[in-house]
Design a protein around this ligand. Structure first.
Ligand code: ZN
Length: 904
């Protein structure tokens, strides 16, 4: 029955296409195409023609396998990663038989061009003379941006089978085309599954039909609901990790990330929008136009609309359209208006078919390869020169090295070094003590000299601040003053040392010392020191590995407790939060268990043979609390934000190896929460209000009173702090409205003062621009939304929620939310934003938000009965890249439930 439905559906698409498209035939998109019958068509392998169906991941692989079987001299397939749900990620390499026969040399040559320290200019010239350039085409990183994967199959087919397109021979001779057809197989199949469920007798073009509206979570993200187009430099996901590795084998001169955008748009290709990241090289931004002009030429031949230079920028370095640039190639995003199904009617009544969208992606894919072929020598030369000038800049600019000293949270420093090594950065680990820039450093410190090919990547990731173009910033201020939406596309701050809370010193000299190469490991094995452990094992609480060890121990049924206060044992000072695992409390071979845990988690463990504490609480003090292996739940499904729900679950499950149960918000009405110790409310879109009724609020209050720990994340606190809900005794603030007093000082003031009860209002003179602005300012509006900045917050070391966290945290602030501090009789402001002058650590923030956010809370703990409500006013788990907030967030779960006294 389903097959019959599909066949009828396909026929109808076919008929409607026949009306819309020009009559140049159906199999191919290219006028007068002539294809070699020895190469299997999509229809011969999959049973439908290109653009008639949205192709599943497994069928995409099947088609590429058929191509590889038919033309093994011109195409090979390579597996590079596996998704969380077990789907394989592959890429295809396509070139002429001559290039394929020497493909290992082609790769090796690119690796030589990527490092002028090994390859002289003369050698580079000789390599370039006979070297094909690599074109990299990546598709559907957002799984519900569907057309490009079908275009990937058509592009491969065209390159292997076309006999009528004169460009193909040039492309195969002068380039190697790498095709990554499905960057996000879990998301794509999620989309298709839901799409097919909604299909009926014929496809609906109506944007409000179920085919076009995905249920939560959309197919955009991967299994843990990450936007993998933000994951390139932080590489939390296996799909991204695989891509980062293979890109550094091939070093493409052009990298395209093919996306889709809203259905009512047209097509977008380079040049990109401003602002450009200042660490891009000029010839890279200039070359964007080469690609744009070729694509524009072909779009003109087909009579297709497009736009350039608007919306999509490459300022943030974690996109597919930006990260590869820091290796010397040209990275670009292409965006096709999405059919989000087989056909869609746009606002102007025009119907756009899936086939149209596949064709457009196919046109730009070929156009890109054509541009590389036509500019092969220039692009390869620019690629080599990029490395040369990077090294030169690293040698001559004011920052010549970065030094990462050994520090309290050494695990974070190790992880940052490993992350950089995975991105091709040469990082040395000092094997001796040394001095540089007036500081002395211990052996084990990391040294990164900037005279290396990855210099620009290092600067953009490690600099405290990457400034946006002044002109762009003034334009945003102008727009904001008129209440026109700003054009900042993503966060304006991403400095790794700040996000990971790793001290990193810039130095104006290169550092020459004895060192060994740092490796790509993110977690170095921990070990046990001290005695035999006849009394206990201590795990100092100041880093992610300690939390991970505790999580493993509790999952394994071990008994553990922790001290709320710092203490001194055998001359060593242990920080508040330190985990104590009593030998007498745990059975079996505890020593080997602890050794294994230390090795796997990277934690430092000290074995002690007596319990005598010389300062601070003893192990049996009332200031030492026992952990209870909390059962953790997170709210799931609409109206939660899928990013916040998925990324939070990922942090707990995959960075700390602790299981989390996902509970749909709609289940709260009848679900029994008594089996859970912790309930996390991730951010909502737009808010929880309509989804959680009074009965559920009463139930949550009762659950907290009985000993539950309710954790509000980011804008979930709008709901908890709503006076009608009142689970939290803080309140969300409106924007401060300022006006000048007689001394010219700006003071907060209520706007307008118009009386809503009267039909008319009192007249007034408006005598200045400022008065006029005050008149038109929205009353009771929220503060302006912040695109994303890193902001400092100070931690109260006396509270269990702050134990072991750094004294100053860097918090990513996004959006308009600012809350009042909690009053002392209601709870504790455990982390509070800095004063206005000291607040901003990195990025661009509106002046008013900076002033208003000062001294407002980031983390609040409010006791309620036997439990707690904990609020993080900004999401600590965004993109899983704020490692510096891991300890305080995990404290809320592990130490929060240890401090609650549930009714059992
Ligand atoms: Zn996208």
């Amino acid at each position: 029955m389903l097959l019959l439905l599909r066949a009828i559906g396909a026929m109808i698409v076919f008929l409607s296409l026949a009306n819309v498209a020009n009559a140049k035939g159906f199999v191919e998109y290219w006028p007068d195409a002539d294809y070699d019958p020895a190469i299997p068509t999509i229809e011969s392998v999959l049973g439908y023609r290109s653009g008639e169906r949205i192709t599943w991941h497994r069928d995409t692989i099947r088609y590429f396998e058929a191509l590889a079987a038919a033309a093994p001299d011109r195409i090979t397939l390579h597996r590079y990663a596996e998704s969380w749900e077990g789907r394989e990620l592959i890429y295809a390499v396509i070139s002429s038989p001559r290039n394929m026969a020497r493909i290992d040399d082609v790769k090796a040559n690119m690796q030589r061009l990527a490092d002028p320290r090994l390859t002289s200019s003369a050698q580079a010239t000789s390599i370039i003379a006979d070297q094909p350039a690599v074109t990299w085409l990546s598709y559907s990183v957002h799984g519900n941006e569907i057309s490009s994967t079908d275009a990937a199959m058509m592009t491969a087919y065209h390159l292997l089978a076309s006999r009528g397109d004169a460009r193909v021979a040039d492309i195969l001779r002068d380039t190697v085309v790498v095709i990554d057809p499905v960057q996000n197989p879990d998301g794509r199949d999620r989309f298709i599954h839901r799409f097919e469920i909604a299909e009926g007798l014929e496809p609906s073009a109506d944007l409000i039909s179920a085919e076009h509206n995905e249920p939560w979570p959309s197919g955009r993200t991967n299994h843990y609901l990450f936007d993998m187009n933000r994951d390139w430099f932080i590489q939390t996901q296996p799909e991204s990790q695989g891509r980062v590795r293979i890109l550094q084998e091939w070093y493409p001169v052009a990298f395209v990330d093919a996306h889709e955008m809203g259905s009512n748009a047209t097509y977008y290709f380079s040049p990109e929008a401003v602002p450009f990241n200042p660490h891009l090289a000029k010839d890279q931004t200039d070359s964007l136009e080469l690609f744009g002009r070729t694509n524009a030429y072909w779009f003109d031949q087909f009579g297709l609309d497009y736009f350039t230079r608007e919306i999509f920028d490459a300022f943030y370095p974690g996109y597919g359209a930006s990260w590869p640039s820091y290796f010397g190639g040209i990275a670009m995003t292409y965006e096709q208006a999405s059919a989000r199904g087989l056909v869609v009617r746009k606002y102007d009544g025009v119907e756009m078919t899936y086939r149209d969208t596949v064709r457009n992606q196919f046109i730009t894919s070929l156009g890109t390869a054509q541009t590389v072929a036509e500019n092969r020598e220039k692009l390869l030369t620019d690629f080599y020169d990029y490395q040369v000038t990077a090294i030169d800049e690293g040698r001559t600019e004011s920052i010549k090295s970065y030094i990462v000293p050994t520090q309290d949270d050494q695990a974070a420093a190790d992880k940052m070094a490993g992350l950089l090594v995975r991105q091709g950065v040469d990082v040395g680990r000092a094997t001796e003590t040394f001095s540089a820039c007036g500081e002395s450093y211990a052996a084990g410190s990391y040294v990164i000299n900037l005279a290396q090919p990855r210099k620009r990547l290092i600067r953009t990731l490690l600099d405290v601040d990457v400034p946006m173009d002044d002109e762009f910033v003034s334009e945003q201020e102008r727009r904001r003053a008129k209440n026109i939406r700003d054009q900042i596309y993503d966060v304006t701050a991403w400095s790794l040392p700040l996000m990971m809370n790793v001290r990193t010193d810039a130095c104006n000299r290169a550092v020459r010392i004895d060192s060994e190469d740092a490796g790509p490991e993110l977690v170095l094995p921990g070990s046990i020191s001290g005695g035999q452990g006849s009394v206990a094992y201590l795990v100092p609480w100041s880093s992610a590995p300690a939390v991970r060890l505790l999580a493993h121990a509790l999952r394994g049924g071990m008994r553990a407790k922790s001290s709320d206060l710092a203490f001194t044992h055998d001359g060593r000072r242990y920080p508040a939060g330190t985990v104590i695992i009593d030998t007498a409390d745990n059975q079996g071979d505890l020593r080997s268990t602890m050794e294994e845990l230390a090795r796997r988690t990277g934690a430092e463990v000290i074995a002690v043979d007596d319990s005598w504490v010389t300062d601070g609480p003893n192990f049996g003090s009332m200031n030492v609390v026992r952990f209870n292996a909390p059962k953790v739940a997170i709210l799931w499904d609409t109206p939660t934000s899928s990013y916040s729900a998925g990324n939070t679950r990922f942090v707990i499950e995959r960075q700390f190896d602790y299981p989390v149960t996902a509970i749909r918000v709609s289940t709260l009405v009848h679900g029994d929460l008594s089996g859970y110790d912790v309930l996390i409310m991730p951010e909502a879109r737009p808010d929880y209000g309509p989804a959680i009724g009074e009965d559920v609020v009463a139930k949550l209050k009762d659950w907290v009173e009985r000993g539950g720990v309710l954790i509000g994340v980011g804008n979930a606190n709008r709901f908890l702090a709503d006076p009608k809900v009142d689970l939290l005794a803080i309140r969300r603030e409106n924007a401060v409205v300022e006006s000048e007093d007689e001394n010219g000082d700006k003071k907060p003031k209520k706007a307008n003062g118009e009386d809503a009860e009267e039909p008319t209002v009192e007249g007034s003179y408006v005598t200045s621009d400022d008065e006029y602005k005050a008149k038109i300012t929205a009353e009771k509006g929220a503060p302006d939304s912040v695109a994303g900045v890193l902001v400092k917050a100070n931690v109260d070391p006396d509270h269990w929620l702050g134990a072991g966290a750094a004294s100053t945290l860097n918090v990513l602030v996004r959006g308009p939310d600012i809350y009042t501090p909690i009053r002392l009789d209601k709870g504790v402001n455990v982390a509070v934003f800095e004063s206005a002058d000291e607040l901003l650590a990195s990025g661009y923030m509106w002046e008013q938000n900076r002033k208003q956010l000062a001294y407002k809370p980031f983390a609040v703990a409010q006791p309620a009965g036997r439990g707690f409500v904990v609020a993080f006013t900004q999401d600590p788990n965004v993109r899983a890249y704020l490692d510096g907030l891991n300890v305080i967030f995990m404290n809320a779960i592990m130490r929060g439930s240890a401090h609650a006294r549930p009714v059992r």
